[in-house]
Design a binder for this molecule. Structure first.
Ligand SMILES: *[C@@H]1O[C@H](CO)[C@@H](O)[C@H](O)[C@H]1NC(C)=O
Ligand SMILES: [Cu+2]
Length: 241
């Protein structure tokens, strides 16, 4: 009986996905989709071994041409990623904006240093995580905090990272179907940024695909019953200066 109800709730929320649509720098909105490689469909990536897990694409073709803007930021700035159900759902009263409330899971941000943030090649990049938020001690999820904050998630750009251009990969994982793999729904977009005023840090890096396995406890995860008491966020712990 319980499984029957869960299956139904999955069907209801199946299409209520999400997209990272805007970057804010120290509280200043940079413009809708500016500098962000947004997909034309808001669906998830579920194959963690696919190249589509890098900066989306594949089943959700990226909008072309890719953005020509690179967003200027300073090391140490506070950045905010703003997420919405679809590219155009902000402010429409859509009850699934910024995301369906049942899409519970973690939120993460990674950076990869690139020679030119307009590069179309995203394979082979070396990524380091700068932010993560999972489930807190009360059982509340990062996605619930995002929902309550109207789709916004803020974090600090480490002050010691090297100046230069980066792709910023913001990721949200919905775990409602994650009891088996594939099932976890990965949502991610990459923003094109140019960092000034940085330092000389050399953070340890991971690859995408590669950073996650289908068997990771944060990818194959039972969200409902027994009620989870802890959650291990996938990937490395965030780099700090
Ligand atoms: C990045 O910032 C530096 C320093 O302000 C500037 O010289 C350079 O033109 C910027 N690059 C891009 C792509 O915006
Ligand atoms: Cu969804």
């Amino acid at each position: 009986m319980k499984n029957y109800f869960l299956a139904c709730s999955l069907l209801v929320s199946a299409s209520a996905h999400t997209i990272f649509t805007q970057l804010h720098v120290n509280g200043v909105a940079q413009g809708h989709t500016k500098g962000i490689r947004v997909p034309t469909y808001d669906g998830p990536i579920t194959d963690v071994t696919s190249n589509d897990v890098i900066c989306n694409g594949g089943p959700n073709p990226l909008r072309t041409p890719l953005p020509k803007d690179t967003i200027n930021v300073k090391a140490g700035d506070t950045l905010t990623t703003e997420w919405h159900h679809t590219l155009d759902s902000a402010g429409t009263g859509d009850v699934s904006d910024p995301i369906d409330k049942g899409h519970l899971g973690p939120i993460m941000v990674y950076l990869a240093k690139v020679d030119n943030a307009l590069t179309t090649t995203v394979t082979g990049l070396k990524w380091f995580k700068i932010y993560e938020d999972g489930m807190d001690a009360s059982g509340e999820w990062a996605v619930t905090r995002l929902y309550n904050n109207k789709g916004k998630v803020s974090f600090k750009l480490p002050s010691c990272i090297q100046s230069g251009q980066y792709l910023l990969r913001a990721e949200l994982i919905a775990l409602h179907g994650a009891a088996n793999y594939p099932g976890a729904q990965l949502y991610m977009e990459c923003a094109q940024i140019n960092v000034t005023g940085g330092g000389s840090a050399n953070p340890a890096t991971v690859s995408f695909p590669g950073a996650y396995k289908g068997s990771d406890p944060g990818i194959k995860f039972q969200l409902y019953w027994p009620k989870p008491t802890s959650y291990t966020i996938p990937g490395p712990r965030p780099f700090t200066c």
